[in-house]
Ligand binder design. Structure first.
Ligand SMILES: [Zn+2]
Ligand SMILES: [Zn+2]
Length: 347
């Protein structure tokens, strides 16, 4: 079977390779992939950021997908051939302290599908059944493929923020996680604005507007004036930083109200800033990482109910046969959530 793999430790270096169809081991289901999304971390592998130096190459990438069980290994209890499923791609080791106390999202020895073992940009993946979730009847595979990034937003908003009805909320970063976080924060009762930079003006900020949000281009707008108007000069109750850029945190500190909350979701590298305003404002600085079983279950239901809109969010213009186009467009902010029809690989 063909799959799109990272093949070299340089920028780009994504190629279609041939690998054997995996055999499902004990407790594993073999899933035929239908649709798969392109995620910020896939773009990180494309650019080969330092977080991915541990990868053994070539590795087929891709971790957000939906598919159908086509074979089961021995001892599989919950799934049978024909079941439609999504995978939780970050796997806890099950043995470290964090896994034992139910914090497997911060497992000390976690492995990630499409990074530490072959991922979903190919026809078949073998998955331990404990990492699978059934897709609700009536929810299309194409829509379910977006559940993994949705679960990141769900964890950030529902588990890790105090967003409440009437709260003024700012989401910094109109990438996929930002757009999903904004939708879930709105469902939680927040009055949400989405902020981006100049390169977002072409695609991502208009997309946020299409999803019903007021948007702010921080390179052009007068942030003080907008904060004055949107929050009566008080500042935002909750600011989510999904930018993945060092300026995200410093901007969040400027925008949050005293006594408010900053939720860091993007991984922003290094920044230097005075932190006394955080202390003197008694700002609640909360981080949110990955997602867990409950976040997936909620996300499947939020996509099914339309609380999270996948139709306008997803971009079907790209193909795994010309994947560089999708990665280049993603890095340039000219798309938000490319979704591939994986069956093209074996058509
Ligand atoms: Zn992802
Ligand atoms: Zn662990």
């Amino acid at each position: 079977m063909r799959g799109l793999a990272k093949t070299d430790r340089t920028e780009g270096a994504m190629e279609l390779i041939d690998v054997d169809r995996p055999e499902p081991g004990p407790g594993e289901a073999l899933v035929e992939v239908a649709y798969a999304g392109l995620c910020g971390s896939d773009a990180g592998i494309y650019e080969f950021e330092s977080a991915f130096e541990r990868m053994e190459l070539p590795t087929i990438i891709g971790h957000e997908y939906a598919g159908t069980v086509v074979e089961t290994g021995t001892d599989v209890a919950e799934y049978e051939v024909g079941d439609r499923v999504v995978e939780r791609p970050i796997r806890g080791c099950g043995e470290c302290y964090q896994c034992r106390i139910g914090e497997e999202n911060v497992c000390r020895n976690s492995t990630i599908t499409g990074v530490d073992h072959h991922g979903a940009y190919t026809q078949f993946v073998a998955v331990p059944e404990g990492a699978l979730h059934p897709i609700p009847d009536g929810l299309a595979l194409a829509d379910a493929a977006i559940v993994e990034p949705t679960s990141i937003g769900a964890r950030a908003v529902i588990q890790n923020s105090r967003t409440s009805p009437g709260d003024r909320v700012l989401v910094a970063g109109p990438g996929p996680i930002g757009q999903l976080t904004a939708q879930i924060a709105r469902a939680q009762g927040g009055d949400v604005a989405v902020a981006g930079v100049g390169q977002d003006a072409e695609y991502r900020l208009p997309l946020a507007e299409e999803l019903g949000f007021d948007t702010i281009n921080v390179e052009e707008a007068d942030l003080d004036a907008i904060r004055e108007e949107r929050t009566d000069g008080v500042g935002y109750d909750v600011v989510f930083d999904t930018t993945g850029h060092p300026s995200g945190l410093t901007m969040a500190v400027d925008e949050v109200r005293k006594g408010g909350q900053i939720v860091l979701v993007g991984q922003t590298g290094e920044t230097t800033m005075p932190y006394s305003p955080l202390v003197r404002g008694e700002i609640d600085l909360q981080c949110s990482y990955a997602s867990m079983y409950e976040d997936f279950e909620r996300s499947l239901r939020m996509i099914d109910s339309g609380t999270v809109d996948t139709d306008s969010f997803v971009d079907d213009r790209f193909s795994l046969l010309e994947a560089d186009d999708a990665f280049e467009a993603f890095v340039a902010g000219q798309t938000c959530k490319p979704r591939f029809d994986v069956s093209e690989l074996h058509a």
